[in-house]
Ligand binder design. Structure first.
Ligand SMILES: Nc1ncnc2c1ncn2[C@@H]1O[C@H](COP(=O)(O)OP(=O)(O)OP(=O)(O)O)[C@@H](O)[C@H]1O
Length: 315
């Protein structure tokens, strides 16, 4: 759990049940003020459900959600400072792009018209075209413009990329980072394109089957693992002394991602004659999800090194 003082949102022992299905199970976490958090997890992990609770779209079955110090549910004072951009957002039938932006301008007190106009130009969006006639990617752009121009103190993007090409996604990341640097706010971003947004993230919250698997800052997450490559036998010898998260081999060459404790482990890799590579966040998250308690048995802290007999290949 985040320990920073005065977080923007806190989630305490929250469970969300849909009839017999438990989408979130005793989740406790907090969202640091003015930080970008990546909300990660496999399909059906509970990411959207958590965002719906944070934005007052749902009430938890148990536990407490607080945003800016109060429950967001039916709380106009809180809700006007929250912008929730979701995939496949719908707008009233007759709305043109400019109507959608004008409506958002009325809702969000920190709205920036100039930023919205700039983004419209960046994305080359036709302001007078009805939203229902936009392509899937263009529809996503409208949501992204609203999310950024709202400058809402808590802004959540729930996989806002549907149909967006790689250039438009990069424009979004660049604009998000630039605007966030000038106007810090709390941003929560859920995505399956982890590596694409890795450099943006300050915090990582990984959910697996409704439970928190990892809640940490992105830097220590990266530092918690090491990617080494070299001849198969040398990589295996090194991996045997650590917890192996992922490995792949081609011919006599192998690459492994292992959990490490500190600088000594990095030096050890060099003495084994291995090449140390930057750790890929996506690979790390995939490996952690694959070896989560739900998939593989006993619970243990994701950042704690396991004994070497846990050595196991994750393909
Ligand atoms: N209204 C609902 N009624 C019943 N079950 C629901 C409802 N909403 C969500 N669920 C279930 O709760 C679980 C979590 O769903 P959620 O949409 O939060 O996952 P997610 O992490 O956002 O997944 P994805 O990455 O696929 O979008 C899923 O098993 C889903 O089927």
């Amino acid at each position: 759990m985040t320990t920073g003082t005065n977080p923007t949102a806190t989630v305490r022992d929250v469970t969300m049940r849909f009839r017999e299905h438990t989408a979130l199970d005793s989740v406790t976490t907090s969202f640091e003020k003015d930080a970008i958090t990546g909300l990660l997890g496999r399909n059906g992990a509970g990411k959207t459900t958590l965002m719906q609770l944070l934005t007052g779209h749902r009430v938890p079955s148990a536990g407490r959600v607080e945003v800016f110090g109060a429950s967001p549910y039916e709380n106009d004072r809180i809700l006007r400072d929250i912008c929730f951009v979701k995939e496949g957002q719908r707008y009233p039938e007759q709305f043109r792009v400019q109507d959608a932006l004008a409506a958002a301008a009325m809702v969000f007190p920190h709205w920036d018209d100039d930023l919205a106009a700039d983004l419209l130009t960046d994305f080359d969006l036709p302001a007078k075209r009805p939203v229902r006639k936009l392509s899937r990617g263009m529809n996503s752009m409208v949501g992204i413009i609203i999310g950024l121009a709202s400058r809402a103190p808590l802004t959540l993007f729930d996989e806002p990329y549907l149909g967006l090409d790689a250039v438009a996604r990069q424009q979004f990341y660049d604009r998000l980072l630039a605007d966030y640097a000038e106007h810090p706010r709390t941003i929560v971003l859920s995505t399956h394109l982890i590596e694409e947004i890795a450099s943006l993230l300050e915090r990582v919250l990984l959910i697996d089957r409704g439970r928190v698997l990892l809640d940490t800052d992105a830097e220590s997450l990266r530092d918690s693992a090491l990617t080494v490559s070299g001849p198969v036998d040398k990589v295996q010898a090194f991996a045997r002394q650590h917890e192996l998260l992922h490995t792949e081999s081609l011919g006599g060459h192998s690459r492994a991602v292992v959990r490490v404790g500190g600088a000594a482990d990095r030096r050890a890799a060099a003495t084994h004659g291995l090449t140390v590579e930057p750790t890929n966040l996506q690979q790390l998250v995939v490996a952690m999800s694959l070896q989560s308690p739900a998939t593989r048995g006993p619970v243990r802290s994701p950042l704690r090194a396991a004994p070497s007999e846990d050595l196991e290949e994750v393909s």
